[in-house]
Design a protein around this ligand. Structure first.
Ligand SMILES: Nc1nc2c(ncn2[C@@H]2O[C@H](COP(=O)(O)OP(=O)(O)O)[C@@H](O)[C@H]2O)c(=O)[nH]1
Ligand SMILES: [Mg+2]
Length: 203
């Protein structure tokens, strides 16, 4: 598949720790905890231990940045902290809002925000709010519907339509994904390539 490789760069709790804006196109990933974000990232770049890094205590609430090599070009991935933890103190939610809001609004070189939603379930208010934030910030978003292998073939398109409708997302701005089956992997890379300017070139 795609010749890509990723390396952990740094964890940031505050904008002053973000990597310097240097013109390298960045793709951010966000979603509820347990949605399959780590699995998706690992599938994209191969078993790179990306997930392990994001799970390191103290880093789960940070934005984790990764350098990614893709067909000889350089990209950056930003793994945003998951939302929707059941019993999180208000102060943690406020910090999350401030940190992620600041990032989405102000990050230069942010080319695409991938929002992951488990396609077995309806989207939550927090998912809706994330989509709204992207619109407000004028960001390009892509809805990745995870765990498609858990939904029967006959129901998948219905689930996709329903989730897109519920979130007010064009169907064309969504794709289905399965980490174990690698469903949607080529399409996801194609969207990333398109958004980051790496269009074209054989896989
Ligand atoms: N069947 C299935 N399980 C998945 C998929 N993606 C993730 N999972 C499982 O869902 C759980 C949470 O996945 P993880 O990637 O750690 O989620 P994260 O908290 O969003 O990073 C794990 O048990 C994964 O094995 C998928 O595409 N299909
Ligand atoms: Mg994770």
């Amino acid at each position: 598949m795609s010749r890509s490789h990723a390396e952990f760069l740094l964890s940031a709790f505050d904008r002053k720790h973000w990597p310097k804006a240097d013109g390298i196109a960045e793709v951010a990933f966000v979603g509820r905890s347990n949605v399959g974000k780590s699995s998706c990232l690992n599938t994209l770049v191969g078993k790179g231990g990306l997930a392990r890094v994001s799970k390191t205590p103290g880093r789960t609430q940070a934005i984790n940045f990764f350098d990614v090599q893709r067909r000889g070009a350089q990209l950056r991935f930003a793994d945003l902290p998951g939302y929707g933890f059941a019993k999180v103190p208000k102060s943690v939610k406020a910090t999350w809002d401030r940190m992620v809001g600041d990032y989405l609004k102000n990050r230069q070189d942010l080319a695409l925000v991938v929002v992951l939603v488990d396609m077995r379930h309806d989207a939550t208010q927090l998912d809706s709010r994330m989509i709204q934030w992207l619109e407000d910030a004028d960001r390009t978003g892509l809805l990745v519907l995870t765990k498609s292998d858990k939904v029967s073939k006959s129901r998948r398109l219905d689930r996709q339509s329903r989730l897109c409708r519920g979130l007010g997302v064009d169907r064309g701005a969504s794709l289905m994904f399965s980490a174990p089956n690698r469903t949607g992997l080529a399409e996801l890379w194609a969207r990333i390539d398109e958004a980051t300017g790496l269009v074209g070139g054989a896989d």
